[in-house]
Design a binder for this molecule. Structure first.
Ligand code: PLP
Length: 396
């Protein structure tokens, strides 16, 4: 007898992967440029030059044994120190090297934090729309996953959160800029969220942790700012990744930053190290630890995503679609003209538009359009979006 839960997870591919595989097949049948694949969140802008320059310099100048060897489990001390100093300068925080734990990307940051915190009977709350893996990660850490319904503006409903938190709540996950809506949480939302968590932690006599998943922190447009959450709530764990900011998702590098002001900070940090050990991560890739530390503050060219956003958002609104204007990340959230988003996606497929129904993000009636594609793909896809709007009679 094998683990049935794992068998099930392995057999049922995510909706996004399913669609991506369909897209590959369809492209082989009718040609690359005839299929408008908006399924995956794979960066379309190359890594900034500093990434390849750092790789070249390290491979030439650093001892190969150090570059390709194991680092200490929590990550190279110099790398962690550099990240702590960078964060402190940017956000006025007081991280030290020992607040940081290097990971293989945000997914690992999340699984490690959840495994570090969750005990039997605990609950983890997230706000719809949410990254579908939150459910998988929370449940495999042993928690009950509680999804809160989306609000009209995809911000945080203080009353709904307050009603959902109970004595079993161990953690709340937030993700801003958000996948799939592109929404950035306002400072008001953050303050409301933190007020509830403080009040309920006192009421139940134990900390309720805030896990902030931030792979899109730097991908914001029009000067929008993303509040840094350890400055608002002491019991915060930041899950960061360089996957999207540096366009290196395949290299698997990120970190966890445990707030230095957390009430049981040393114990939580130890539990993070313990969870990383129990999950068998050993250490994050050494070379990319060094590369990431060398490229702190650099990003891929965000203006390309902004151009794509403006082009797509402007055109879709003109065609009569109702869209959420994304302030960040590289996703556009569209309210489907019929209630069943899956039916809409099927009709879109008929026009070779591959869109992801947001049901698995906890948000039926919407689709996610990943605009981290070439601008040319967006331009070429517009007649198909227009024709689809005409079929639904929503065009003005
Ligand atoms: N969290 C969110 C919201 C994401 O969108 C993704 C990837 O798309 C991840 C986590 C995982 O990112 P990583 O590649 O750093 O593991």
């Amino acid at each position: 007898m094998i683990n049935k839960k794992m068998e099930q997870l392995g057999k049922v591919r995510s909706v996004i992967r399913e669609l991506f595989e369909y897209g590959k097949k369809r492209k082989a049948e009718i040609g690359e440029d005839k299929v408008f694949d908006f399924s995956l969140g794979n960066p379309s802008v190359p890594a900034p030059d500093c990434v390849n320059e750092a790789i070249r310099a390290f491979t030439e100048e650093m001892s190969s044994l150090r570059l390709h060897g194991y680092s200490s489990a929590q990550g190279d001390a110099g790398v962690r120190q550099a990240i702590a100093e960078y964060l402190n300068k940017k956000h006025g925080t007081a991280f030290t090297a020992d607040s940081l734990y290097m990971t293989v990307g945000a997914a690992a940051s999340l699984t490690i934090c959840l495994n570090a915190l969750v005990c039997e009977g605990d609950e983890v709350i997230a706000f719809a729309p949410f990254f579908p893996e939150y459910r998988v990660f929370s449940e495999s850490a042993g928690a009950r996953f509680v999804a809160l319904a989306p609000t009209a503006d995809f911000q945080i409903d203080k009353a709904a959160l307050s009603a959902a938190v109970n004595e079993h709540t161990k953690a709340v996950i937030v993700n801003s800029p958000n996948n799939p809506s592109g929404v950035v949480l306002t400072e008001d939302s953050i303050k409301n969220l933190c007020a509830v968590l403080k009040e309920k932690s006192e009421l139940y006599g134990h900390p309720i942790y805030l896990i902030t998943d931030e792979p899109y922190r730097e991908l914001v447009y029009d000067g929008v700012t993303v509040p840094f959450l350890t400055n608002y709530y002491d019991n915060t764990l930041v899950c960061y990744s360089f996957s999207k900011s540096l366009s290196i998702p395949g290299e698997r590098i990120g970190y966890i930053a445990v707030s230095p002001t957390m009430e049981d900070e040393r114990d939580v940090y130890a539990a993070v190290c313990g969870a990383g050990r129990a999950l068998g991560y050993v250490c994050a890739p050494s070379m990319f630890q060094f590369v990431a530390a060398k490229c702190l503050g650099a990003t891929a060219d965000v203006s390309v995503y902004k151009h794509n956003r403006d082009l797509l958002y402007g055109a879709l609104c003109d065609y009569g679609y109702q869209c959420v204007k994304p302030d960040g990340a590289f996703y556009l959230f569209l309210k489907t003209p019929e209630a069943d988003a899956n039916a809409f996606c099927e009709r879109a497929k008929g026009k070779e538009l591959l869109l992801v129904a947001a049901d698995s993000f906890g948000c039926p009636g919407y689709v996610r359009i990943s605009y981290c594609v070439s601008t040319e793909q967006i331009e070429n896809s517009l007649p198909a979006f227009k024709a689809l709007a005409e079929e639904y009679g929503i065009n003005k």
